[in-house]
Structures are given as structure tokens and as C-alpha cells.
Ligand binder design. Structure first.
Ligand code: PXL
Length: 275
């Protein structure tokens, strides 16, 4: 059986992130992915100031038609939201599809700072929305914002996982972590168990990495792959996309040639778990 998922994120034309990475990854992992674009940008915000059009009115009209065309979905995956006014629609969508698994990547900032395009009011609204999630996927900056703790004063990862799980009543995948040997990876708290996976770090700041990571996790969780295997698969996919990179990292990770292996490894795991 194939899972159907609505994903709400921006479509940024240049620089691999958001819908441009979520759609190919989710499709190759056998999810029927229905995009609900939150904004249209000429490029993500890591370049010079992009053309940027929030699609708030259009989203409302699109959702009206979803009510007619999409009686149910298996999941709703919310990423980058473009303005505060989109939150009431997010609440409406989550109430409408009340049997769906809810995944929220609270895209709010990185490197200790809120993104300039995400207002404080939107940040607070995203935090409130996270109370409705089954899974949240913050990086450390977003964890600090969600918990209202200074970024330079964060507790260790296990404590963070517990604080986030307790505050939001959700499972948590914490991304963009560094271990004591300088490896990069993620950890998770799900069903009272903790998990982690790390790979060698490739220097450079690659926008959209969190979106690639969350997309693999969403596909894995919906298809009931073991959480440890999902984290390993996602970290290896990111590492393999980054390791031979040269050029301008603002264009994001060249993951396209790695999709085939990702998909083969994913279905090998799925078959193993089903047998
Ligand atoms: O990957 C996060 C993200 C998504 N969408 C837009 C962004 C960013 C990060 O900078 O600018 C438009």
C-alpha cells in the first residue's frame, strides 16, 4: 500500500531546499507527495535578497479543493511557513486530517539565529503548532527557540530530547549535531527509546540539508522502518551527497545521483522488516 502525504513548504527555484528536495526524496521512497506551496521564491534566503511571494490566499483556495479531492491522507508534513497568517490554515488542515501522522519541521533558524524572514510572531506560532505534532525535527537553533533557552546555554542532547518531547508531547529528531570527535549527525527520542547516528563531517554550510534529512525520516516513519535504521540511512545519504562536493555550497547538496542507492537501501530495509 502506498502512503499519501501533504507537504507544506516553499518552492525556492534556485538552491536545493524545501519542496525541491522533499518531492524527489519522498517520491523515490514510495510516498505519493502532494505539495501545498507556502511561498514562491526565486532562491532560498541564503543568496542575495530573493523574489519572495507568500501564497497564503492561494493556499486557502487550494485547501478548499483538497477537501473535495483528498478525502484522507496518511501524513501531513509541515516545513517552512512564509507568514504568520498561514498558521490558522495549518491548524485547519491538521484538524481536517485528524487521522494523519503529523510531522513538523519547525523551520525558524540556524547557527544560533532566527532566519530574518521568520518573524518573532511566526516563530511563536510555529512553536504552538508543534504541540499538535507526532514528530518534530528541530536543529539546535530551533530547539533553543522552541524551549526559549539561549542558544549558548543549551543542555546536552539527551536532556534536550527529553525537554522537547515533554513540552510538545511528540517524538523528537534533533538534527545537525556534532559529537565529541567532530562527526555530524542526529539523535531521536521515540517511544521512550533514544537513537543516534553520525557520519564524518564534510566542511561547509549546505542549505536544505535539514529538509533532505527530514524527508527521509518522514518516509521511513510512515513505512514503519526502525528508527535507528532511518537515522543511519538519512545520515549516510547526506554524507554521500556531500563528500565529493566542490563549488558554491549555497546551491545545496548534489543528492540527485544518490537517490537510486537511497531507494535501494530503503527497500532492502523495508523488506527485511516485513519478513
Ligand atoms: O531549508 C530551510 C529553508 C527553507 N526555505 C527557505 C529558506 C530556508 C533556509 O534558509 O530560506 C526559503
Amino acid at each position: 500500500m502506498q502512503n499519501t502525504l501533504i507537504t507544506v513548504q516553499d518552492l525556492s527555484c534556485v538552491g536545493r531546499c524545501s519542496l525541491s528536495v522533499a518531492l524527489p526524496v519522498l517520491s523515490c521512497l514510495n510516498i505519493q507527495c502532494i505539495p501545498l506551496p507556502s511561498a514562491l521564491l526565486s532562491a532560498h534566503t541564503g543568496f542575495t535578497v530573493p523574489f519572495r511571494k507568500p501564497l497564503t490566499c492561494e493556499m486557502n483556495d487550494i485547501f478548499l479543493h483538497f477537501k473535495e479531492t483528498l478525502p484522507s491522507v496518511d501524513g501531513v508534513y509541515i516545513g517552512y511557513l512564509a507568514e504568520y497568517e498561514q498558521l490558522s490554515l495549518m491548524n485547519e488542515i491538521l484538524s481536517h486530517y485528524d487521522n494523519a501522522h503529523i510531522f513538523i519541521d519547525p523551520v525558524m533558524g540556524d547557527n544560533g539565529k532566527r532566519y530574518s524572514s521568520i518573524s518573532e510572531r511566526l516563530c511563536d506560532g510555529i512553536s504552538k503548532l508543534c504541540h499538535k505534532a507526532d514528530f518534530i525535527f528541530p536543529n539546535l537553533t530551533e530547539a533553543a527557540l522552541l524551549l526559549d533557552i539561549p542558544y549558548n546555554n543549551l543542555p546536552n542532547n539527551d536532556a534536550l530530547l527529553n525537554m522537547l518531547a515533554e513540552k510538545f508531547g511528540s517524538s523528537v529528531v534533533l538534527t545537525g549535531l556534532m559529537d565529541s570527535s567532530g562527526n555530524i549527525g542526529a539523535c531521536a527520542l521515540h517511544d521512550n527509546n533514544t537513537y543516534s547516528a553520525y557520519t564524518k563531517m564534510v566542511p561547509g554550510k549546505f542549505p536544505g540539508t535539514g529538509d533532505l534529512f527530514a524527508s527521509v525520516c518522514v518516509a521511513g516513519i510512515l513505512q514503519e522502518i526502525d528508527m535507528q535504521c532511518i537515522l543511519q540511512l538519512a545520515t549516510e545519504f547526506i554524507y554521500s551527497s556531500a563528500k565529493d562536493f566542490s563549488g558554491d555550497s549555497r546551491y545545496g547538496l548534489p543528492f540527485e545521483s544518490k537517490l537510486n542507492k537511497l531507494s535501494n537501501d530503503f527497500f532492502a530495509l523495508k523488506n527485511k522488516e516485513n519478513n
